[in-house]
Design a protein around this ligand. Structure first.
Ligand SMILES: Cc1ncc(C[n+]2csc(CCOP(=O)(O)OP(=O)(O)O)c2C)c(N)n1
Ligand SMILES: [Mg+2]
Length: 891
């Protein structure tokens, strides 16, 4: 039949559209998807070349990514899985409700797990690989606030007793409790990854996935199909660290990484994006960054409706409703949904006229539909060349009903009254009678019940339980004397900085036959700053795809070499990312059974001060390895000024209980500390890590004094005793790091004023402080036994004279030893903001140079009545000190 000629432009356009659609339909029916995609790409290119720009859109429609015709049925028994999930839901809720009845205010969360139960259970039953299979399982980052659900499952699996569940949030009880959130420090056989400081789990998971690749590429671990799963949360994505590293995952093609973001559209106070759509916003971010995005918005109940949506009316309506309104639909009746959601268009109303209000109310969302979730996971695990993010829509507090389902208060809801409990029980079919319900008892079916049999069989088939932290590493047996020997001798006139010494130690360790392969150097675009560029060529920079270009400096000896088996992580300017790598490498002994030894060197000011919470997460993870605070010391780093000059980090690091901090001055000190650190962490398998400050001031490195090793490790030793045994005026001078040299100079100055002073190198105020308190505590609790003497007290027992300490860090460090010293310690330190200046001027400004050490000593002797005030005034004058200079601590 001949089509009549169009009357106007509208008709013409309608005709064109129909013809083009029909042509496309023909290709869709005849060809594969690739053919359709190529055709559309060609048309897009053609129109662009003809000057027609297509508007950019990073988002797809507000519907599921996977179409029903592409789905496969969920294997296993849906019915048993549903019952298991219901029991876990119940026990997780009961755990929190019961804990708060016994101890009001103890806290705990119901609503997070309630919204995520299906997301977890599908993975537990079908995807999560345990450690037993091929010796290597998946690494799973659980949402911190979902921990009650994870404990409740472990209870059904027989891994946790009912008593432990009763002791949720009562960790100090003798029978053992359960920690509020995932903490490997507190439950070292259970939790692997701490996640509850929000935003850290996401970035750690990305670098974990990349590190797993690194181990395989460097053949430290055999290739496996293990995945890193990160269960994240919509509100959490506001934290800058959450999305800050997503481009690394796509750039590195980390198809071993799967993120599941539980989009319940709510955070603690209210909606995440009340006036927008968090799912669409995240889709744009992830698609833009090159991730495979799978949206799981609508459950199977919606499929028949969408199948009827030929004109895209329903999809359009879905896309225009904002999240705050969707939350309202979740708490309202079916009649409300009909009127307000479908009621905007008679054609939409017509689509649902066969459904009752009750049926409308029960239309499930994607994240609560095991079939949809299964298909998303399946596609994610099969995706090659890209990381995947699943954006799953759920309802916060799902199942809590009036007590909080979808309500703004749900996050904090810890109590359920009897009516709430009864409806929860009925909704999920928990076999608990009306008489018992008020107690909210735990429920575990018989060991031979179909539920427990199923749960055991599934986990067995998948390689054992998760989460499980299991240290299966062989301790290293290496003396390493050969590596460290040369540093004990000193540099015999040659000048070097402790940074240069560190780089030499690192290079030698990298060449060591026994442990060289295990060393993991990490730098955040600072290798040249620390003189490490020779390592680029020597061991290569890690890149999964090798080097696809000819480096500009190819013709030089030390060219910029990237390689698939490269050993260095050159992370670019991200201390957070570098730390995430440090944590992955420093916990590989537990995650993979590999003793990798990370050395992460960075500008010390950008460590504890900037990414301290990540270091805290590392400490919780029982990380091992060395953090090197480069260019540290407030007056040692010349020129850089207020932002860079670090006098703080050693104070911060004191707060990390398993971090040993040292401020070494000389090559042998650094060597002794690193050697002992490797021994403690990798031979003795202690869960400690090290923070070492290294400086860029160059000076001659002396040979190690006899018998100093023990003191170096404990925190202090006498470096240089006075040669003058006759003088009555005596002093003990403490120095550390680069300031030790000023103290040595002060020893000479003081001689001129008749004072005989001994010089001590204090390598660690932190260790001395801990030892002092440990002794005091023990003595308090054991009054009838021989009292312990703190190491500082032992050192100073027979050391005569006044005590003066100079540090390139806050005065509080030396001050902290005061009570264990025989007399008060006069402290010089660098409280205040740094300045752009040279070293001499800085040390004058902060009053920590040799002259100030000398004057402080004389001033203390004056207080003791041993010298005259005139002598001190004379010294101030002779040494050229301006007594009216402003106080550096406050200017
Ligand atoms: C860094 C950090 N800031 C704040 C909190 C406190 N906090 C705990 S849960 C929460 C809201 C969580 O909302 P969302 O991320 O959407 O997770 P949901 O519970 O909804 O899955 C907040 C603010 C935290 N744990 N960590
Ligand atoms: Mg949320």
């Amino acid at each position: 039949m001949r089509i009549p000629a169009p009357k106007d432009n509208v008709e013409l356009e309608a005709l064109e559209q129909r013809e083009w659609r029909e042509s496309l339909d023909y290709v869709i029916q005849q060809g594969d998807r690739g053919r359709v995609q190529r055709l559309l790409a060609t048309l897009r290119h053609h129109s662009r070349m003809s000057g027609v720009e297509l508007p950019f859109s990073a988002v797809t429609a507000y519907v599921n990514t996977i179409q029903p015709q592409d789905e496969t049925p969920l294997p296993g028994s849906q019915e048993i899985e549903r019952r298991i999930k219901s029991l876990i839901r119940w026990n997780a809720m009961a755990m929190v409700v019961r804990a708060n009845r016994v101890s009001d205010g103890i806290g705990g969360h119901i609503s997070t797990y309630a919204s995520a139960a299906t997301l977890y259970e599908v993975a537990f039953n079908h995807f999560f690989k345990g450690k037993g299979r091929d010796g290597d399982g998946d690494s799973i980052y659980f949402q911190g606030h979902a921990s009650p659900g994870i404990y409740a499952r472990a209870f059904l699996e027989g891994r946790l007793t009912q008593e432990r569940l009763e002791n949720f949030r009562h960790e100090t009880r003798p029978a053992g409790g359960l920690s509020s959130y995932p903490h490997p420090w507190l439950m070292p056989d259970f939790w692997e990854f701490p996640t509850v400081s929000m935003g850290l789990g996401p970035i750690m998971s990305i670098y974990q996935a990349r590190f797993n690749r690194y181990l395989e590429d460097r053949q430290l671990k055999k290739a496996s199909n293990s995945k890193v799963w990160a269960f994240r949360r919509d509100g959490e994505t506001d934290e800058p660290e959450s999305l800050g590293a997503i481009s690394l995952a796509s750039r590195e093609k980390l198809d071993n990484l799967i993120w599941v973001i539980n989009c319940n559209l709510q955070r603690l106070d209210g909606p995440v994006r009340g006036n927008g759509q968090i799912i669409q916003e995240l889709e744009a971010n992830f698609r833009g960054a090159g991730w495979n995005v799978i949206k799981v918005i609508w459950g199977s109940d919606w499929d028949p409706l969408l199948a009827k949506d030929h004109d895209g009316l329903l999809a359009k309506r879905m896309g225009e409703v904002v999240d705050g309104q969707y939350q309202k639909y979740a708490v309202e009746s079916g009649a409300y949904l009909r009127e307000h959601f479908f009621g905007t268009d008679p054609r939409l109303l017509d689509m649902v006229k066969h459904l009752s209000d009750d049926q409308l109310k029960r239309l499930r969302l994607g994240g609560h539909d095991p079939h949809k979730v299964y298909n998303a996971y399946k596609r994610a695990t099969e995706t090659k060349g890209q990381p995947t993010v699943i954006l799953a829509r759920t309802i916060k507090g799902y199942g809590m009903g009036e007590a909080g389902e979808g309500k703004n208060v749900t996050h904090q809801q810890k109590k359920m009254n009897e009516a709430d409990l009864r409806s929860f029980r009925t909704r999920f079919g928990i076999p608990i009678s009306d008489e018992q319900i008020a107690e909210a008892p735990f429920y575990k079916p018989a060991e031979d019940s179909p539920e427990l049999t199923y749960i055991r069989e599934r986990r067995k088939a998948l390689g054992g339980p998760v989460p499980q932290r299991a240290v299966r590493v062989e301790p290293l047996k290496v003396p390493l004397e050969g590596v460290f020997e040369e540093f004990l001798k000193g540099t015999e006139g040659r000048k070097a900085s402790t940074t240069m010494v560190f780089v030499r130690i690192l290079s030698k360790l990298l060449r060591d036959k026994e442990i060289g392969d295990l060393v993991v150097p990490i730098v955040p675009d600072e290798a040249r700053t620390f003189g490490m560029e020779a390592l680029f060529r020597a061991v290569g920079i890690y890149s999964h795809i090798g080097q696809k270009y000819e480096p500009v400096d190819m013709d030089t000896l030390l060219y910029y070499k990237e390689a698939q088996d490269g050993q260095i992580f050159e992370e670019g300017i991200t201390e957070a990312g570098s730390l995430a790598s440090f944590i992955a490498a420093g916990t590989a002994y537990a995650t993979h059974g590999v003793n990798t030894i990370p050395f992460f060197i960075y500008y010390s000011m950008f460590g504890f001060q900037r990414v301290g919470d990540l270091i805290w997460a590392g400490a919780d993870s029982r990380v091992r390895g060395f953090l090197l605070g480069g260019t540290s010391g407030r007056t040692t780093l010349a020129g850089e000024g207020l932002q860079h000059q670090d006098g703080n980090s050693l104070v911060y690091s004191l707060a990390y209980p398993n971090c040993l901090s040292y401020d070494p001055a000389y090559a042998y000190e650094l060597a002794v500390i690193i050697q002992d650190g490797i021994k403690r962490m990798y031979r003795d398998q202690e869960s400690v890590f090290y923070y070492l400050t290294v400086m860029n001031e160059q000076y001659e490195m002396p040979a190690m004094p006899e018998g100093a090793r023990d003191g170096i490790l404990k925190g202090m030793y006498r470096f240089k005793a006075s040669t003058d045994s006759k003088s009555k005026l005596r002093a003990q001078l403490f120095g550390s790091g680069a300031i030790l040299n000023e103290v040595v100079k002060a020893q000479e100055i003081l001689q001129k004023y008749g004072v005989a002073a001994d010089v001590w190198s204090v390598t660690s105020y932190g260790e001395l402080y801990r030892d002092g308190h440990a002794c005091e505590r023990w003595n308090m609790l054991h009054p009838t036994e021989t009292q312990k003497v703190p190491y500082v007290t032992q050192c100073l027992k027979d050391a005569p004279g006044v005590l003066i300490a100079a540090s390139d860090y806050l005065k509080v460090l030396p001050d902290s030893l005061d009570r264990w010293a025989p007399r008060r310690i006069r402290t010089l330190g660098t409280d205040g903001f740094g300045r752009s200046e040279d070293r001499a001027a800085l040390r004058d400004f902060f009053e920590v140079d040799a002259r100030f050490v000398a004057v402080a000593t004389l001033s203390e002797l004056l207080k003791e009545g041993q010298v005259d005030a005139k002598l001190v005034a004379k010294a101030i004058k002779e040494l050229g000190i301006n007594p009216e200079k402003p106080n550096p601590a406050t200017t």
